[in-house]
Design a protein around this ligand. Structure first.
Ligand SMILES: Nc1nc2c(ncn2[C@@H]2O[C@H](COP(=O)(O)OP(=O)(O)OP(=O)(O)O)[C@@H](O)[C@H]2O)c(=O)[nH]1
Ligand SMILES: [Mg+2]
Length: 177
């Protein structure tokens, strides 16, 4: 799996862990656009334009673009998905009320841009979270399309990244990191 740069898009609802996931994976300081939230969204800062991170895995440069989660910035989905070869939609595993929003984002993006995708269920390090299997049932997806993670952990984030890379390339991951 050596060669051309590969672009992945990370999307999902507010607070799912998109910026955190990209920060856990990126080898460069993440270009992020988080600002103080102007409305109550359950946290102080939120992405208003995009995140950008970069890593190299087995000689392949991987560009990671993250979307904002707030719906008023949804015009950025179309901008950022351009050229993406794979899609990661994150859902916060402890917040099932956000699952319909995640489903809408997944359907919106894959219907316009049919590339391989995984649903990443974050916050697996916390008690009382939905498991990847439960989320796969909720979304009606095959289990290989849903992966659990702690987005704050580089190791956990890398395992999720490998799942989408396997779906994008059609190969089992053989490399080391
Ligand atoms: N314990 C734990 N905390 C997480 C995890 N993922 C994200 N968080 C925390 O959740 C909060 C929100 O994460 P962000 O990365 O800002 O979420 P986001 O999806 O970028 O949110 P928006 O940009 O507002 O749409 C941060 O405090 C993260 O540290 C996880 O898997 N486990
Ligand atoms: Mg963010």
């Amino acid at each position: 799996m050596r060669g051309k740069p590969l672009k992945l898009l990370v999307s999902g609802p507010v607070g799912a862990g998109k910026t955190t996931f990209i920060q856990s994976l990126s080898e460069i300081p993440v270009v992020e656009t988080d600002e103080w939230a102007s409305e109550e969204i359950g946290k102080e800062r939120t992405t208003v334009a995009m995140d950008f991170g970069l890593l190299t895995l087995d000689g392949v440069p991987i560009y990671l673009f993250g979307t904002p989660g707030q719906e008023r910035f949804d015009f950025m989905w179309d901008v950022l998905v351009e050229g993406a070869l794979g899609l990661v939609v994150l859902v916060p595993g402890d917040s099932p009320r956000d699952f319909p929003k995640a489903r809408h984002i997944l359907e919106y993006l894959t219907s316009r841009h049919p590339v391989p995708f995984v649903v990443g269920v974050t916050r697996q390090d916390l008690p009382k979270v939905w498991t990847p299997g439960e989320v796969a049932d909720y979304f009606g997806l095959p289990p290989e399309h849903v992966v659990g993670m702690n987005a704050t952990s580089p190791t956990s984030a890398t395992l999720a990244l490998i799942r989408i890379l396997e779906l994008v390339t059609g190969e089992r991951w053989q490399g080391v990191w």
